[in-house]
Design a protein around this ligand. Structure first.
Ligand code: GYE
Length: 330
């Protein structure tokens, strides 16, 4: 009797294992091109670089979330170069990872490598920044912020502040790296918002590459070339922080003589805002890791995911920054 029961138990166990095995095979067919079928997900991630506080927080979020989700992460820092990102993606294809995720440094020029990933059966998730490829089947989804909206919120705040202005309000703009989605889109959103008041004029606009050093250097040039600057719109906190040094060195008071608007709301930016050196920040959240890992699991399991997932964001005035600062995680 006991022997029969044991035999039946073994048979049940064997069939469970068999079905499990078949199911796992099915998964790999519908999902990624991963070679192993151990149920583990391997993600190849190509990061832009380490240019800003935002990027550092984003990298931490991705690494921590991968570990928490039990996803094996292969991580590459492209040092702000598209060629390095393409090389990393090709490596991931060769290694037959299950999912490729990346944050494209610029918008254009990805079709060939994305096609290579597609042909290899490896799903791609875009995170943080998007690409301008016409063929939307080259990637599964894009998880990130609405950069046009961020620029618009920044511009709308300025319009409200300067609605009583009777003469020209001279604005200088520090752009992110040339060709990057957040640089293109924030410029667009801001420009559209301020167009309602002809007094608001962008008198100079140049890339500062999203770095403090870039922000400082370009702001020095702006200050030398333009005796009257009323407003600085910097596409991220770090460039704004770099610009603070140039403004102070020129004998002007940041936040008073020059109104400063930035994007991101990382800790150092929020501190400058609370201290009255910045005047307004449109938030851009770098904490994309948990959602990214979730998407990777779904994509690998062959589930359909929405083509666009937008990050939720807010804006901060000086008073709001003082309140929010103690609980800010990054
Ligand atoms: O605003 C900036 C970073 O792509 C949203 O890149 C990101 C931007 C962010 O360097 O600080």
């Amino acid at each position: 009797m006991r022997k029969m029961r044991t035999q039946r138990a073994i048979a049940v166990l064997a069939s469970v294992l068999l079905i499990g095995g078949v199911a796992a095979c099915g998964n790999s067919d519908t999902g990624g091109g991963g070679s192993k079928d151990d149920g583990k997900i391997t993600m190849g991630f190509s990061q832009v670089g380490a240019e800003s506080g935002w990027r550092t927080a984003n990298t931490t979020s991705i690494k921590e979330s991968a570990a928490a989700a039990g996803i094996e992460l292969k991580f590459d820092d492209a040092q702000q170069k598209q060629e390095n990102q393409i090389k990393a993606i090709r490596n991931y294809i060769q290694q037959k990872v299950d999912v490729i995720a990346f944050s494209p440094v610029v918008e254009s020029g990805w079709d060939t490598v994305l096609k290579e990933a597609k042909d290899a059966g490896i799903p791609v998730i875009l995170t943080d920044r998007s690409v301008d490829s016409a063929d939307k089947t080259l990637y599964k989804t894009f998880l990130g912020s609405d950069f046009v909206k961020e620029g618009k919120l920044a511009g709308e705040w300025l319009v409200e502040q300067k609605k009583g202005a009777t003469g020209p309000v001279n604005i200088v703009e520090l752009q992110g790296n040339t060709g990057a989605a957040p640089a293109n889109d924030r410029k667009k959103g801001f420009g559209e918002a301020i167009a309602v008041n002809p007094n608001l004029k962008i008198i100079a606009s140049q890339p500062g590459d999203f770095t403090r050093a870039g922000g400082k250097q370009v702001m020095e040039q702006f200050l030398k070339a333009n005796p009257k600057i009323d407003v600085l719109f910097a596409h991220n906190d770090d460039m704004g922080l770099g610009a603070l040094e140039a403004i102070t060195a020129a004998g002007k008071v940041p936040g008073k003589d020059i109104t400063i608007i930035t994007v991101d709301a990382v800790k150092d930016g929020m501190q400058a805002l609370a201290d009255g050196k910045f005047n307004f920040i449109a938030e851009c959240s770098p904490l994309l890791g948990p959602q990214l890992m979730d998407l990777a699991k779904k994509v690998k399991a062959g589930e359909t995911v929405p083509p666009r997932i937008e990050t939720e964001e807010t804006t901060f005035t000086q008073e709001q920054a003082k309140e929010a600062l103690p609980n800010r995680k990054y």
